[in-house]
Design a protein around this ligand. Structure first.
Ligand SMILES: [Zn+2]
Length: 319
C-alpha cells in the first residue's frame, strides 16, 4: 500500500509517494501560493499529480502550524493562510481519499521514530534547527501535544534572561542562540566585538548558511560562532533532559547538516551541565537521518496508520 505525504511549508508545497518502509518513490514540488483557497488547490494539484502515477490509499499533510487535536483542521499557521480551517474535510471531499493532518515537526519526529535516528525510542525529542527551532516530543511513538495542542515550544524556552530579543516578544529564547538565524547573528556580534579577528565574512548579509560554509573552511569567526552555538545547544539539551528525560535527542533541520562542526561539543556540554551529571544515563544525541523528506515520510506514515489502525483520528471515508 502506498500513501502520499505533503509537506505544506511557508515557501513550498512538497508531496511524495511513500511505501511501507518509509521510502519516497516519487515527488512533486510547487511554490506556496497566498490565500487559503489557492493553497488548498495547490495541495490537491500536487496529490492529484502523484495519484495519476501511483495507486494511493490515503493522504497525510505535515503543516507548519497548529493542528487541531482531532488532526482534521488547522487553527493557525504563521506562514500559511489557513485560520480555523477544516482542511482534512475539504481535502477529502476534493480528493476522494482519507486525509489526516499533523504539525510538521511532529510528523518529522514520527518519521525518525519509525525509520530513522529515534527508531523505537521510548521517549524521543526532536530539536529541528532551522530559521527558528522546532520541537517535538514522542512518548512510545505518539506525539505529546499538551492539553491545547501547542506543546512543546522548545524554541522559546528562555535560556538567557535579558538576552537577545525574539519575535515571540520574549528575550533570550533558545532559538535566538541555536537556529540558522542565530548563527548569523552570533557571527555579526563577534565581528563587532573582535574587529581584528580574521574572517572571510563581511557585515552585509551574514546568513547561517554562509557562516557554516566559512566554518568548514576553518574561518576563525565562523568557528567561534559554531562553538558558541554548541554551548547553547548543550544548555538547551540539559533543560530538555531535565524535563523529559529522553532516551534520544534527534537534531534535525538545515543547521544539522553542519553537525560535525558542533554536535560533539554540544554533547560534552550537555553531559557536564545536566542535573545529576555523571550519575544518570544520558540521552543519545543523534543527527536526523531523513533530512528534508522527514515531514513527507511522517505525514504519509500517519496516513497509512489511518488505514491500518482504526483507532487513529482522521477522516477515513470521503463523504
Ligand atoms: Zn521566543
Amino acid at each position: 500500500m502506498l500513501t502520499v505525504g505533503v509537506d505544506v511549508g511557508g515557501t513550498s508545497v512538497r508531496a511524495g509517494v511513500v511505501d511501507a518502509g518509509g521510502a519516497v518513490l516519487d515527488t512533486t514540488r510547487s511554490p506556496t501560493p497566498e490565500g487559503g483557497a489557492p493553497l488548498e488547490k495547490a495541495v490537491v494539484a500536487a496529490v492529484t499529480e502523484l495519484t495519476a502515477r501511483h495507486p494511493v490509499a490515503a493522504v497525510g499533510l505535515a503543516v507548519a502550524g497548529f493542528v487541531t487535536e482531532n488532526r482534521l483542521g488547522v487553527r493557525f499557521a504563521p506562514h500559511l493562510a489557513w485560520r480555523d480551517t477544516p482542511v482534512a474535510e475539504e481535502m477529502t471531499g476534493q480528493l476522494g481519499l482519507p486525509v489526516v493532518l499533523e504539525h510538521d515537526t511532529n510528523a518529522a519526529a514520527l518519521a525518525e521514530y519509525r525509520f530513522g535516528a529515534a527508531r523505537g525510542a521510548k521517549v524521543a525529542v526532536l530539536v529541528a534547527l532551522g530559521t527558528g527551532i522546532g520541537g517535538a516530543l514522542l512518548v512510545d511513538g505518539q506525539a505529546f501535544r499538551g492539553a491545547y495542542g501547542v506543546a512543546p515550544e522548545l524554541g522559546h524556552l528562555r535560556l538567557v534572561p535579558g538576552g537577545r530579543a525574539c519575535p515571540c516578544g520574549k528575550r533570550g529564547c533558545w532559538e535566538r542562540y541555536c537556529s540558522g538565524t542565530a548563527l548569523g547573528a552570533t557571527a555579526v556580534e563577534l565581528m563587532a566585538t573582535y574587529p581584528a579577528m580574521a574572517t572571510v565574512l563581511d557585515g552585509a548579509s551574514v546568513t547561517g548558511r554562509r557562516v557554516a560554509a566559512a566554518a568548514r573552511e576553518g574561518d576563525p569567526v565562523a568557528r567561534r560562532a559554531m562553538a558558541e552555538l554548541a554551548v547553547w545547544l548543550g544548555e538547551g539539551f540539559a533543560l530538555v533532559a531535565d524535563v523529559y528525560d529522553p532516551e534520544v535527542i534527534v537534531v534535525g533541520g538545515g543547521v544539522s547538516e553542519s553537525a560535525p562542526l558542533f554536535l560533539d561539543e554540544a554533547r560534552q556540554h550537555y553531559a557536564a551541565v545536566v542535573t545529576g551529571a555523571g550519575h544518570r544515563p544520558l540521552a543519545r544525541v543523534r543527527t536526523a537521518q531523513l533530512g528534508a523528506d522527514a515531514g513527507i515520510v511522517g505525514a504519509a506514515t500517519l496516513a497509512r496508520d489511518l488505514i491500518t489502525d482504526p483507532g487513529r483520528p482522521g477522516i477515513r471515508r470521503p463523504r
